[in-house]
Design a protein around this ligand. Structure first.
Ligand code: GDP
Length: 522
């Protein structure tokens, strides 16, 4: 059995604009990772911090630093995996969530739970990923705290435990009160903008508070906090780690309020690497053999190089530079001589990695998303889902002599999780599927730039897709009757292309022996 160093591998889920980037920067700043670049000394220089990261990225020539960011605090290493949010919402985002042990959900205090947060949350729920909630932008006008808490509880069907409470909001914002430690987090410095001072109180009745907080805010804080303590579940670490309860922290990433408390909560409560679902049995992080799986493949930024970086989450064992690992089910062992490692203070010198760490493996397309890598090739991690595409398009080739290149390109990009590809049983019009609009633009521009294939995307007569399964007779019957709507995915699995979500419901009712799945496990 191996003794593994303490790790917290997590992702931030949020809707665009809720403050993920700002929070990431502050986490790195507070966690000391920015010292990597050796430049940022003072707090609040977020813009500098960001450009420092970009500089590292340029020096390394590939865009990998934004995929994994690492910081250390009190002997714990935090690996923050980026979930590309914004419009380029893709399966990549979803799959990254299979490589984390927990997540931080950032919501805007004025907007509450928005659509993308909700989608990402559902993915976390599929795998019971524990979630800490950070309600951001309390320095601005927002909704009532109770309204926010109740929305989280109702929409996500989770127990909520407020851990901190904002003292006023917007123009009246005075700080954050920690309901568990009775600490009051206050602004400091000449601008009184950023969190600095922490006052230890004996509780909400502490007379110190009267001298610090305005009477209106204090009366409201006392009343609200009392109601909250009586009305919401007490924090229960086990319920949180099972994905049944979310502790809720209030703060302002921009003004640095509550960021420290958030790191503290991750350190104290978020789970370290645990056993992951695999065949023939779950893999414990304490297993001696090195095992891991690829959750993301990224093409090199330089279009002249076909190199790809496969991002592997290490699940067990101690990885050492130069080690040979075998992808389960296909291929020979590969010696990993130049892994990109993210966790060490001096990145370049890192040559060991531990469970929970991410390793970037340069390769020429041999490694695919979902691959298991291990020393003995005797395990296979399960549970990396493909998602039903929400947009389907027919690919029209402008030059018919380029069919081969097109097929290669579509397969490659399906491998990377940029798009999904479906090959209909009848006809020669290949269909691609994506979960976000921007993926279509990425597809077209990469077809031209990398594969020299000019193509156009046309409306497809289908709206969504479902992977089908069931016993052989039922499948045969279904397939024969619906041949015009049948296709195979890149791995040869049967897929039903539906004209609408309504049609999915209709056929599901008519063919009770066939299972229609909106996700497919690899
Ligand atoms: P992302 O799209 O989720 O990555 O969001 P960003 O971090 O880019 O933030 C979106 C906008 O909200 C930016 O203009 C930020 O400066 C602003 N913002 C982020 N956090 C806060 C906050 O705590 N308070 C205020 N007032 N603005 C914030």
């Amino acid at each position: 059995m191996t003794q593994t160093p303490d790790r917290r591998t997590f992702a931030i889920i949020s809707h665009p604009d809720a403050g993920k980037t700002t929070l990431t920067e502050k986490l790195l700043l507070f966690g000391g990772a920015i010292h990597l670049a050796g430049e940022v000394k003072a707090r609040g220089q977020a813009r500098r911090a960001r450009s420092d990261w970009m500089k590292i990225e340029q020096q390394r020539g590939i865009s990998v630093t934004s995929s994994v960011m690492t910081f250390e605090r009190d002997g714990i290493t935090f690996n923050l995996l980026d979930t590309p949010g914004h419009e380029d919402f893709s399966e990549d985002t979803y799959r990254t969530l299979t490589a984390v042990d927990s997540a931080v959900m950032v919501i805007d205090v004025a907007k509450g739970i928005e659509s993308q947060t909700r989608k990402l949350f559902e993915v976390c729920r599929l795998r019971s990923v524990p979630i800490i909630t950070f309600v951001n932008k309390c320095d601005r006008e927002g909704r009532e705290v109770f309204e926010t808490l109740d929305e989280i509880a109702d929409l996500l069907a989770l127990d909520v435990t407020p851990m901190t409470w904002p003292v006023g909001m917007g123009g009246q914002f005075e700080g954050i009160y920690d309901l568990r430690t009775n600490k009051l987090l206050l602004p400091e410095g000449p601008s009184r903008e950023f969190q600095g001072k922490v006052v230890q109180t004996s509780g909400l009745d502490d007379p110190q508070l009267d001298a610090i907080i305005s009477p209106e805010n204090l009366a409201k804080l006392r009343e609200d906090a009392e109601l909250a303590l009586a009305g919401y579940a007490e924090f229960d670490g086990e319920a949180y780690r099972n994905g049944d309860l979310t502790p809720v922290f209030f703060g302002s990433a921009l003004k640095e309020f509550g960021v420290d408390a958030l790191i503290g909560a991750l350190a104290e409560h978020a789970p370290p690497p645990h056993a992951l679902p695999a065949e023939p049995e779950p893999v414990e992080p304490t297993r001696n053999e090195v095992t891991g799986f690829v959750f993301k493949v990224q093409a090199n930024m330089d279009p002249n190089h076909r190199d790809r970086i496969a991002f592997m989450r290490l699940c067990s064992g101690t990885f050492k530079r130069g080690m040979k690992l075998t992808p389960t089910g296909h291929g020979k062992p590969i010696a990993i001589h130049s892994p990109i490692m993210f966790f060490a203070q001096q990145r370049e010198l890192a040559d060991e990695a531990f469970p929970g760490d991410i390793i970037g493996i340069p390769n020429h397309g041999t490694l695919r998303v979902g691959d298991t890598l291990s020393e003995k090739a005797d395990v296979r991690f399960t549970g990396l889902p493909n998602f039903a595409p929400e947009i389907l398009r027919r690919v029209a080739l402008k030059d018919p002599t380029k069919t081969k290149q097109l097929r290669k390109a579509l397969d490659d990009m399906a491998e990377e999780g940029v798009t999904q590809v479906f090959y209909p049983e009848i006809g020669s019009n290949w269909i691609i599927g994506v979960v976000g609009q921007l993926q279509l633009d990425v597809l077209l521009s990469r077809l031209e730039a990398e594969y020299k294939v000019a193509a156009a995307l046309e409306p497809a007569p289908f709206d969504t897709a479902r992977w089908i399964s069931g016993d052989a007779a039922a499948l045969k019957n279904f397939t024969e009757i619906n041949r015009g709507a049948m296709a195979k995915d890149r791995d040869g699995n049967p897929v039903f292309l539906a004209k609408s979500a309504w049609e999915v419901g209709y056929v599901a009712e008519r063919y009770p022996d066939v299972k229609f799945a909106a996700t497919r496990e690899r």
